[in-house]
Design a protein around this ligand. Structure first.
Ligand code: SF4
Length: 166
């Protein structure tokens, strides 16, 4: 059985990022996964009701884990507290992953929602720091493996291993 994989909508070419752009990645590979019936496409920020375009937002004083634990906040560049919509987007993503039985996710690096290895440091200066976004942190808490678009070979390997297990 083909393992389902949750994929960031912007990686699939949907123009849903804060600035109205996409972040298309390896269209051939993603088309192959879609043809196999594996792909569950999702954008947490749109699911939470945010518009495109929207002001950029970053996690202040922490990462996604700290946001879930109530020790950090998400704020947009205008200083508005966006923590609640970010948490809502994360829970809706987890719900979609559960409904479709996704055990693995392929999400956009650097995003305060979808980042899995790095996020912006909260100063809106373009600097990255180690850490995950809010969605990634919640998915990992619930046992879902999360990788970025820079880990394609690892994701393919995990998909094939998971296919054999089911
Ligand atoms: S929340 Fe995730 S899927 Fe949506 S635009 Fe940002 S990085 Fe892409």
């Amino acid at each position: 059985m083909k393992t389902k994989i949750l994929v960031s909508a912007c990686l699939l070419g949907h123009p849903v990022r804060y600035n109205g752009s996409a972040k298309s990645h390896d269209a051939e590979l993603l088309a192959h996964w879609q043809a196999e019936g594996r792909v569950v496409v999702f954008c947490p920020e749109l699911a939470a009701g945010l518009a495109t375009p929207r002001p950029p937002a970053e996690i202040q004083s922490g990462d996604g884990e700290a946001v879930i634990a109530g020790r950090a906040q998400v704020r947009d560049r205008e200083g508005r507290d966006m923590t609640q919509p970010w948490l809502l987007g994360a829970w809706l993503t987890l719900r979609s992953a559960d409904i479709h039985q996704c055990r693995i996710a392929f999400l956009t690096e650097g995003s305060p929602s979808c980042g899995s290895q790095t996020i912006y440091d909260g100063t809106f200066s373009g600097r990255l720091r180690t850490g995950s976004g809010v969605v990634t942190a919640l998915l990992r808490r619930h046992g879902i493996e999360v990788y970025s678009q820079h880990q394609t070979l690892l994701v393919q390997s995990r998909l094939h291993e998971m296919d054999k297990e089911t």
